[in-house]
Ligand binder design. Structure first.
Ligand code: NI
Length: 175
């Protein structure tokens, strides 16, 4: 197992659409296992393959309860995940391992039903509401090249982008 490098916005690869997984072999298992390790070590609650530069429809999420005193990650791998049912709405404060130093309220569905495949290609369904529904929607968005930034107002987004570019040029100039 190894830790993978997480791409940061505005890396253009984060805006690309990922491809369906068609081969369920050792390569996929290794990718999923590295993604779980990378997510846990970040630490984060979800990670999508395009965030580590692999344009494949694979996400991992941590199903553990954030209220638990001792943190025991419960990673779940979803291959070719698809939202097959969604209902209600909620506003949740989101961040992303690929978007540094920025969080924002995003409106999402309150409940989702997701159909996916496991690492052997078997289909299964996950029903989630609240926070876990947000995480699933956020990660599945990544597979379509969509970041939570794309759900915030254009003004907020452009202010963030400007401050990010400013900070990067300062870092580059060593000031
Ligand atoms: Ni993200």
């Amino acid at each position: 197992m190894s830790l993978l490098t997480i791409l940061k916005y505005p890396d253009p690869r984060l805006a690309e659409e990922s491809l369906d997984v068609e081969e369920f072999g050792d390569e996929l298992k290794a990718l999923a296992s590295d993604m779980c390790e990378t997510m846990i070590s970040a630490p984060g609650v979800g990670l999508a393959a395009p965030q580590v530069g692999r344009l494949l429809r694979v996400i991992v999420v941590d199903r553990s309860d954030p209220e638990d005193e001792v943190r025991r990650p419960e990673p779940l791998v979803l291959v070719n995940p698809e939202i097959v049912h969604a209902d209600g709405s909620q506003v949740f404060r989101e961040g992303c391992l690929s978007v540094e130093d920025f969080q924002s309220d995003v409106t999402r569905y309150l409940e989702v039903e997701v159909e996916a495949q496991d690492l052997d290609g078997n289909f299964f369904t996950v029903e989630a509401e609240g926070r876990m529904a947000v995480i699933l929607q956020h990660e599945i968005d990544h597979l379509d090249g969509v970041l939570f930034l794309d759900h915030v107002s254009p003004l907020k987004r452009s202010m963030y982008t400007k401050s990010l570019l400013k900070r990067r040029s300062k870092d580059r100039d060593g000031r």
